[in-house]
Design a protein around this ligand. Sequence first.
Ligand SMILES: [Zn+2]
Ligand SMILES: [Zn+2]
Ligand SMILES: [Zn+2]
Length: 148
Amino acid sequence: MAQRNTWQRERVRDALADARGFVSAQTLHAELRQANTGIGLATVYRALAGLAAAGDADSLQSPEGEALYRACTTQGHHHHLICRSCGLTVEIEAKDVEQWAKRTANLHGFRDAEHVVDIFGLCAACANRLDAERNTERDAAATGGTGK
Ligand SMILES: [Zn+2]
Ligand SMILES: [Zn+2]
Ligand SMILES: [Zn+2]
């Protein structure tokens, strides 16, 4: 019985591997629908949750509270820097965070503590592009103001 949906899960895994950065189940589902796979949204959700549970995918909450997934290239525990504009993701180690999390949990008598720490921001390319756009707007406003 479990075998029946294996190809669907593999298909979701492939789509996830092709995706750039973190994506939502909806985004993946839309892509799979374009490819005419006939895989339903509920199946995509289940497959993603399964991949995340098996450690084959990273999952995290976007600042908007949406669950996002990504096929991970780093094994084991790690953190992410994520561009909120283009989705570029950098996998990072955070030794300071590991020590701080352990110390803080111990301090409060917590055991088996886990943590999720991901940094959202603008990558250098997006920051430069936004700066350039802003400058263009400012120039346009300036010439608009003095021109007439
Ligand atoms: Zn990762
Ligand atoms: Zn970016
Ligand atoms: Zn950590």
